[in-house]
Design a protein around this ligand. Sequence first.
Ligand code: PLP
Length: 824
Amino acid sequence: MSVTAQKQRTLKSEPRRNDADTLALEIVEKLTYSLGKTTDAARLHDWEQATALAVRDRIIDQWLTSSRKAREEGAKRVCYLSMEFLIGRLLRDAISNLGLTEPVSEALARYGVELDLVELLEPDAALGNGGLGRLAACFMESMASVGIPAFGYGIRYVHGFFRQEIVDGAQVELPETWLDHGNPWEFERRERSFEIGFGGKVSTLEEPGKATRYVWRPAERVLAVAYDTPVIGWRGGHANTLRLWGAHPLDPILLDTFNSGDHVGALVESNKAEAITRILYPADSHQAGQELRLRQEFFFSSASLQDIIRRHLTTNESLSNLADKVSIQLNDTHPAVSVAELMRLLVDVHQMDWDEAWAVTRATFSYTNHTLLPEALETWPVQLFERLLPRQMQIIYAINAEVIRGARAERDFSGEAVSAISLIDENNGRRVRMGQIAFVGSHSVNGVSGLHTELMKETVFGDLHRLYPERIQNKTNGVTPRRWLLQSNPGLTGLISEAIGDGFRDDIEKLIELDPLAQDAGFRERFAAVKRANKERLCAQIEDRLATSIDPSAIFDIQVKRIHEYKRQFLNVIEAVALYEQIRAHPEIDWTPRVKIFAGKAAPSYAQAKEIIRLAGDVSRVINSDPAVRNLLKVVFIPNYNVSLAEIIMPAADISEQISTAGLEASGTGNMKFALNGALTIGTLDGANVEMLEHLGEENIFIFGLKAGEVAELRRNGHTGRGAIEEQPLLRSALDSIASGVFCQDEPGRYSGLVDAIRDRDWWMIAADFKAYWDTQRRLDALWGDRAHWDAIAVRNTARMGWFSSDRAIREYARDIWHTPPSA
Ligand SMILES: *Cc1c(COP(=O)(O)O)cnc(C)c1O
């Protein structure tokens, strides 16, 4: 045993006690010696920092143990490369996973401090846009919980996802500043830094009898510095590392330039370096396309690979067995340049033979595809790629030649089929296709739901799938039940414990034991009472943020997610308008009171998505202030959707809106969080809704509308919205009102473009699906009148959603892709 291992063992020899006395002492010690505050002078913010530091010490104990164990056992590690980690707040997660919620709460209470309030002061770490980044965060938590040694690798953006405000109805983007008060969770590792090159030239070295060697001499270099955050699993059993790279200049200031009087010029290099990790691109399901983005992608890919190789060589003699010791998962194509960079490092730097390097590379990488939307598939102009990454471009050409040679020889590919699999798109001004690179450089390629995976085989990767028919597999997404049930819904968690015991906390699929209780009137009532309390909690938030009061006894019908045409918030708003008009036209009908709640951010450059936000705001103003509606309908748009807001919203929903145009939502994970918390889903047969239907049973989910194949067929046949609008007076009238300015009398033509797009094209099948959507909503209205039935369905949703845990997803990745045994 090494000396440090012995030292760590002695450090750990007395396990810390978990009672409130001990924790109070530890927290006050942090307050005093780390923050220099007395308990009297401490502000809530100081308590937050002190609590985080005290809890952090306990995480570190486990972190060191887990790392040592993985090292000593030579265990295979998973490296999860992701441009985004949408982690949210960590304090409550850490306290809860360590089983310290009660003692910490009690310790703070002794000083008159409320843990709930302390938790709210932590900034919400929003290093991601939406589902893809949140999946990476859920996966990190699950890998720690099931005991898979893993590193998450990403970027330490100084400014995360923008803060959204609504000003005069329109979205305004403000910079997000999560690091302003420091970050107690991270450790800067200056010693763990790597040089990352850009540009420059490639030269060759010829030695007699040896293969030509290539040497890349970059024109620019920056330093990638590691910032480590421990990720603690359930019951504190295992901890992994989230390693985010920050960019720093090699020379903080050019002294020659400064001394010659050019004070600004002396800092240009430094600013340019730091710009790489300054800001997260706010594009979701849309390719960002600028040079800085490609720099970000290469920067974190290269740093991560250099780190992986360094670690490997500390305990292994060569890189030949790299794939036995590491699995690298590429979360979407953002890190796909890793395929070329690993080849460069193996062949050019470590002098591995090309064929062996290619075998090692493919055995090491696997790739997760997240979207079929053509506008989201990453490609880069060859010219830009070549200028920024000249050696990697050469390698891509070489890989391409080999793939194409194989395709011609082994599978008789020719003509069109060859250009379809080519890594270079020759049709649109020569572009490098990152999806193709990720595919050919991986031994496994996965989609994120059954339907999405099948569509991948037929569409984007149709030809590559013919060439490599074994490579594509499915791994349906999941969400961590710790954050999305235990922490966000303590009321329901307590009720479930009373009903079936605590086993579900360790194995979420035990929730199925609740299923028979759907028949138990007493249980249903208690379940409904918890929902009611969660709705009141959301009401208070809405009152607080928007000064709008809503009635917790109405149906809470909620759609929260990125604003995108394919997600069809517009369909939902049109339904609100149609319902509004019906309520006005038929006051005699016994309408079911409903609150429609929206939240979500639009990409700043996405004009239509921003219009939809504006429309939702305009519609809400008119409906909410119309006395003829008698509070039977309200529409609310809550600004600045993020993980923390989601944690309050999900438990409060009666209806979850998952209404994307079929074939376009790869999986969805919002759908899972809602259903786990007992909301009823209204949705299309899209993404993981399909599997939810299978697990829930068709009586317990409300599916409507066109199927993926029907959407594709209508699009092929030049469908427009005209026919459907003609046939449906409700739809026609709602669209007329929107187009003619009923909701925006100051600028009546504001939404005529949005409406024209439905009439003339209806690309997103809003008109085509409207009737089915409307009818299904009215079925839900009727069901609300039969509360016993509604509540029984809600209970069954919670009971049957256990399979959608990210623990299950991670175990499948471990078994079928990484070949790493979980230890818990
Ligand atoms: C879960 C989650 C998402 C993903 O939602 P979808 O409905 O699957 O698109 C996006 N943002 C946040 C903050 C989330 O928590």
